[in-house]
Design a protein around this ligand. Structure first.
Ligand code: GFB
Length: 313
């Protein structure tokens, strides 16, 4: 990937897309093509084909997707499968038609079976039933992975899929109903501190384990994979996990909240564990740099500077 190559980042306003843009700009890539949803609706196949024919990007980061936490995934099941299938299908196909050099498709660790042996290797894909709370989303992502592989096999394209673990960081969604757990806890715990509340309520039992990665590390890994020749699917993670209780305690530490944590088992826990095996990525030569405590502090600062006032906290 040369600094003058034309690079299209689909979904550049989202958590991952915005981090990829920051990383590209920092590394001197100046020829970025970005389109907001208002400028180009990725669900409109004719517009997507037209865009690729006109712009002819050399590289594509496909970070546009309908995403959300456990509640959004289990509530908007139809939208999660429809929106994701249509967006990724349009972009992947148009990338082939216009002769894109390489495309990187973002999957998710929820593509692996619910009862997958831990840590989860890339070869465990399609070896068992999925976690029900996010099955429609996972099926769409699996279709995207298989579409990239099929296009590589039949058309000789160079499309690679990466499977990130649970991500967090600046520009995340902090809406309490639809967000992932890290931004939700940052916002809830910050609000409780400001209000002087004696306790906060946390969804589920606190026992599930999750592996959290700062999105700047994710962007760095995406650039690394894009620059390699390989099109083998690869997991992107940090290699260690914490319980939701531990995550909440760490957020309390960062925010400076000393109240009680009350767990609400009427809310779903989701997968018991989702730890990725990251040997393939490590063997390729990439390792993460941002620890969880540091990453949470960085994200809390971003939240305080940018959103705390908006949310009245
Ligand atoms: O991050 P999260 O929504 O997604 O939830 P998943 C992780 C865990 O945090 C669950 C608990 O056990 C939740 O019950 N949790 C505790 C909370 N408090 C909260 C809260 O206030 N908000 C949220 N959201 N969770 C998603 C998938 O699964 O992970 C997606 O649904 C995707 O498909 C994404 O793969 C990475 O890790 O359970």
């Amino acid at each position: 990937m040369r600094s003058s190559d034309k690079i299209y980042v689909a979904g550049h306003k989202g958590l991952v897309g915005s981090a990829i843009v920051r990383a590209l700009e920092k590394e001197g890539y100046t020829n970025l093509i970005l389109r907001s949803r208002e400028e180009m609706d990725l669900e409109d196949q004719a517009k997507v084909r037209d865009f690729f024919e006109t712009e002819r990007p050399d590289y594509v980061f496909l970070a546009a997707a309908r995403v959300g936490g456990i509640m959004a995934n289990s509530t908007y099941r139809a939208e999660f499968i429809f929106n994701n299938l249509i967006i990724q299908t349009n972009v992947i196909d148009a990338a082939w038609r216009s002769g894109v050099e390489k495309l990187l498709f973002l999957g998710s660790s929820c593509i692996y079976p619910r009862q997958c042996p831990q840590p989860m290797k890339e070869e465990y894909l399609l070896t068992g039933p999925l976690e029900p709370t996010n099955e429609p989303y996972a099926i769409a992502k699996i279709a995207g992975i298989k579409m990239c592989e099929a296009y590589n096999d039949q058309y000789g394209t160079s499309f690679v899929s990466v499977m990130p673990t649970n991500l967090y960081g600046p520009f995340d969604n902090f809406d309490l109903e639809t967000s992932h757990v890290a931004p939700a806890l940052i916002r809830k715990i910050h609000t409780a501190k400001i209000n002087g509340d004696p306790s906060i309520r946390i969804w589920g039992t606190g026992a599930p384990r999750r592996e959290f990665m700062h999105v700047d590390d994710m962007a760095s890994a995406c650039l690394f994979v894009m620059r390699r020749d390989s099109t083998r699917m690869v997991n992107i993670g940090v290699g260690y996990e914490v319980t939701i209780r531990k995550l909440a305690e760490m957020v309390c530490e960062v925010v400076g909240f000393r109240g009680e944590l009350i767990f609400d088992p009427s809310k779903p826990d989701g997968s018991p564990r989702k730890l990725l095996n990251v040997s393939r990525l490590n063997d390729m030569g990439w390792t993460p740099r941002i620890g969880l405590a540091e990453g949470l502090a960085n994200t809390y600062k971003w939240f305080s500077d940018n959103l705390a006032a908006k949310y009245g906290a």
